[in-house]
Design a protein around this ligand. Sequence first.
Ligand code: ATP
Length: 208
Amino acid sequence: MEQLAIFGGTFDPIHCGHLLVAERALHQVSLEKVIWVPSLNPPHKQAALFEHRVGMLQLAIEDNPAFTVSLVETNRSGTSYAINTLIDLSASYPNTHWYWIVGLDTFQTLPRWYRGHELAQMCDWLIAPRVLGGETITQSKLICKQVEQQLREQLITIQWQLLDIPLVGVSSSIIRKFCRKRQSIRYLVPESVRSYITNNNLYSNKSE
Ligand code: ATP
């Protein structure tokens, strides 16, 4: 049975934090592949054109044979929901043990996702600690346990583990902010992504 992970996100734009998380996941649980799934219409976000986000994603991962981008979200119209992504990918990759890669901030909201209770049990969760509220690794673990407990109270059992990565404070919002302020984003995104942003004049509008 293959072991594959889905890494869903807006990737607006993809940054070095995302890449570090995916690479770590690959090795920590011996995955065959990480499938990057950019959301077409993220439930709670306004985002740059899907084509641009996919273009940057493809440039960023092209040198890693274990990374692939899936455009599965374009098969459906309306809001992008994680459970549909997993169902659709399962049809293309039968006989797979699924993992889902997620940042701590996103994982905390899992009990409230659309059909989150079902999805929670359909894959194992690889959680990337994140520094948003100044969390340490110990606090991150506690937060994960709280989510686990919250689901257990509703008779849902989940499998999860924290990814063993250094905390990286990079976010897509910081990159968009730096672009708006015409500040350097070198080393925060791969060089190819930086050129793509410059050449397509992305994130420069003050109103974005
Ligand atoms: P934004 O700043 O616009 O909210 P983001 O940086 O969180 O964007 P997303 O594309 O929304 O990027 O994130 C996809 C997934 O990657 C989410 O689960 C998010 O929690 C996780 N993630 C993003 N950046 C990091 C990081 N630096 N460390 C750990 N996880 C991260």
